[in-house]
Write a protein that binds this ligand. Structure first.
Ligand code: SER
Length: 315
């Protein structure tokens, strides 16, 4: 089999679990992890690793040629909350890294790209519930603007240069292996840590802020599934809506209380409230389900059980 995979941003929240899963599915020496910093022990000893700056075209090209890479998963990005603090840095990282891999594919140096988009492509004028695949998109964050622009470029490179690029709009992702960083949906990870550690949590979003969310195992499944689907099934070359569960801080608190009855939450919304308020509450992902057979598995209750079980050893 000639498939050889490069994960850029392999040490982040998604990259860590994606790399581990790909190393289960393919010979580990053909799955190359890369990031600007080294990852955890498990990732570092699980297969090849390259220190790599996603904004450096020739550095990526060098790794691609040396390892005869065919498929690239570009997971490096600056997320919504940090992006508001460093707008130009977010724009440069998110766009330049994407152009680097799109251009490598245009030059026929790689065959296939996965690049994640996000619910952040939507904005305050988008319909809030069951948000359709095609709708008003006026994102109000730098992160959202970069993802929306990225979607347009992906579709452009597909039509203009035949680049095989595939994408989904991730909702907020919840996992226990690696912490997220700089996102608006990160409270839904932090809350489990604080519930175990302090039995209380101060939430930076208000009680009623419903957002689309997903357990990491579902997100990894979707990512690999869309990459393995036959090209003709991928009819959308911008990014597919992708959905699993929706909840607000009050509802996730209730699900935690089933396991930790004394857990309490208080609310101190900050600048991230406005970001969350600009995003949809639920997403219509019927095209992903129809085109390439996407289906989620984990409910809020399933996820809470798994999160608490896996994190309790830590505290
Ligand atoms: N989880 C991301 C964020 O909050 C959204 O894609 O920024």
């Amino acid at each position: 089999m000639k498939k050889r995979i490069l994960i850029i941003g392999a040490c982040g929240q998604i990259g860590t679990e994606l790399t581990a899963k790909l190393r289960e599915l393919y010979p580990a020496h053909k799955v190359i992890a890369s990031d600007i910093v080294e990852g955890d022990k498990e990732l570092m000893k699980g297969g090849p690793f390259e220190l790599l700056d996603a904004t450096n075209y020739s550095a990526i090209e060098d790794v691609v040629i040396r390892h005869e890479i065919t498929d690239v998963y570009l997971m490096a990005a600056m997320l919504s909350a940090t992006g508001e603090k460093f707008p130009m840095k977010a724009w440069n990282l998110n766009m330049n890294s994407l152009f680097n891999v799109l251009n490598l594919a245009k030059e026929k140096k790689i065959e296939k790209i996965f690049w994640p988009s996000s619910i952040a492509v939507f904005g305050p004028t988008t319909p809030k519930t069951h948000t359709p695949q095609r709708t008003v998109m006026e994102p109000s964050t730098v992160y959202g603007i970069s993802k929306q622009t990225g979607e347009r470029w992906c579709e452009y490179y597909f039509h203009k240069y035949g680049v095989d690029v595939r994408s989904v709009r991730y909702p907020g992702l919840i996992s226990y292996k690696t912490l997220p960083g700089g996102g608006t949906t990160d409270y839904a990870v932090d809350i489990y840590h604080k519930a175990l550690k302090h039995k209380k949590y101060i939430c930076f979003l208000n009680a009623e802020t419903t957002l689309p969310m997903m357990f990491m195992e579902d997100a990894i499944e979707a990512t690999i599934k869309i990459m393995e689907a036959p090209s003709k099934e991928i009819k959308n070359r911008s990014a597919y809506n992708l959905s699993a569960i929706s909840f607000n801080p009050e509802e996730i608190t209730e699900s935690i209380k089933q396991h930790i009855p004394e857990f309490t939450i208080t609310y101190e919304p900050d600048f991230r409230q406005a970001i969350a308020d600009s995003w949809p509450q639920s997403i219509d992902d019927s095209e992903a389900r129809e085109d390439w057979g996407w289906a989620h598995r984990f409910s809020l209750e399933d996820m809470t059980g798994i999160m608490l079980d896996n994190l309790k050893g830590k505290y």
